[in-house]
Design a protein around this ligand. Sequence first.
Ligand SMILES: Cc1cc2nc3c(=O)[nH]c(=O)nc-3n(C[C@H](O)[C@H](O)[C@H](O)COP(=O)(O)OP(=O)(O)OC[C@H]3O[C@@H](n4cnc5c(N)ncnc54)[C@H](O)[C@@H]3O)c2cc1C
Length: 433
Amino acid sequence: MSEAIMYDFIGIGIGPFNLSLAALTEDMSDLNGIFFDQSETFQWHPGLLIEGTDLQVPFIADLVSFADPTNRFSYLNYLHINKRLNHFYFLNKMSVPRKEYNDYLQWVASQITQLHFGKEVIDVIDENNHYKVIVRDISTQIDEEYLAKHIVMATGGTPLILDNMANYPQEDILHASNYLYKKEKIIDADHITIVGSGQSAAEIFHDLLDERKNKEFHLSWITRSEGIFQLESAKLGQEFFSLDYVDYFHHLPIEKRKDALNTLGPLRNGVDYDTLIGIYKLLYHYSIGGEDPQIFIQPLTEVKSLEETTDGYFLECHQWQAEKSFQLKTEKVIFATGYKPNIPDWFEKRFHGKIEWEDKHLFKVSRNYALSFKDQRKHRFYVATNLEHSHGTAATNLGLAVQRNMEIINDLTNEQRFDLSGSFIFQNFIPSN
Ligand SMILES: Cc1cc2nc3c(=O)[nH]c(=O)nc-3n(C[C@H](O)[C@H](O)[C@H](O)COP(=O)(O)OP(=O)(O)OC[C@H]3O[C@@H](n4cnc5c(N)ncnc54)[C@H](O)[C@@H]3O)c2cc1C
């Protein structure tokens, strides 16, 4: 059993959100935090680090630059220390290769002392004026107890899958998050189908289409969405990923916030320009001289269920606009159908009755990202997952995550350690008086 130190805060989960908090607080000697993650080592979406893909935000959205560009954990310093600054300069791009972003995060993680991997948080108990956190060591299965004044839960998302999908072998029917682990087996098939219309679906389609230079297989791409469209990139549209918009959004009534999320769809869902161009170019080249590009692409089509046959699977599909159902025979299916917030089981058990809810599934969160407890309390429970309904479309944006951590640190320390006053963008969302 560990010694009962009272930490200022405990971070649950070490993805980019809490890693940024760890990097920003590492040199703050008066703020004693500790972080746990169930994974053995730091990995950022390893199943989707597809060769040639880039982060969808500029490098300034690293773990610290929005708070302090001179921080030693900045991406520029990572390049400098690793002697890649000249390469990046001549590359002359704002975006970071996904693989390099992961390498950068691992470089930061390796330097921070308070990160503990292979440790699953299996319970958080609300005690008088602090929390008791039970942590299970994955390799020894031994439980340890830690105490903290505050909690910061950043547990990310879990893959969204069809109801009966888990019953089939992962080599055949898988979620996009496992793509690279299964790719070698997948490309031996004669027919592969991708379901979904977001960035991951498009990147996998592109990657497999590219593999067709070396191997013969049929590729299908179906999605329930109205089309495979480009992600909105207008600069004034991008300003919705700002603290100004978070301020505006958070004050709206819940129904207005839900409506706003729907209308902001093009900013949240879609595929980036380069990926779409890359796909179209390959399709064009594969069809030169009347060649059959061996593809089937159909939007407006929902996969209702799947059924195993002797040599593959039948997908029961429904084109919902034309109201036509059909079967698609395929050998492998990759569901790029997104993620849902990962809320650990203990959370429901320990906290459901103690906090306020906006509806059945959506907890109430203060502007400073703390849960709204029914009682008055000083020990806060911050959340960095399941925030779309409270803080808007930017809840999962990497750049805004740093600004969120600046706000959390200000709140934790009860000081303005980071200056967040004034406006950060050109437009208003509401008249200022
Ligand atoms: C493939 C992909 C690409 C993306 N690209 C971009 C992009 O380009 N730009 C952008 O702005 N956003 C992007 N996002 C969205 C978002 O920024 C990322 O998902 C980001 O990883 C979220 O960070 P996080 O720290 O909340 O969660 P995660 O990175 O998911 O990390 C959560 C961590 O919590 C741990 N955990 C969960 N439960 C427990 C527990 N009980 N105990 C201990 N540990 C636990 C998990 O092991 C995990 O390591 C992308 C998302 C995906 C899926």
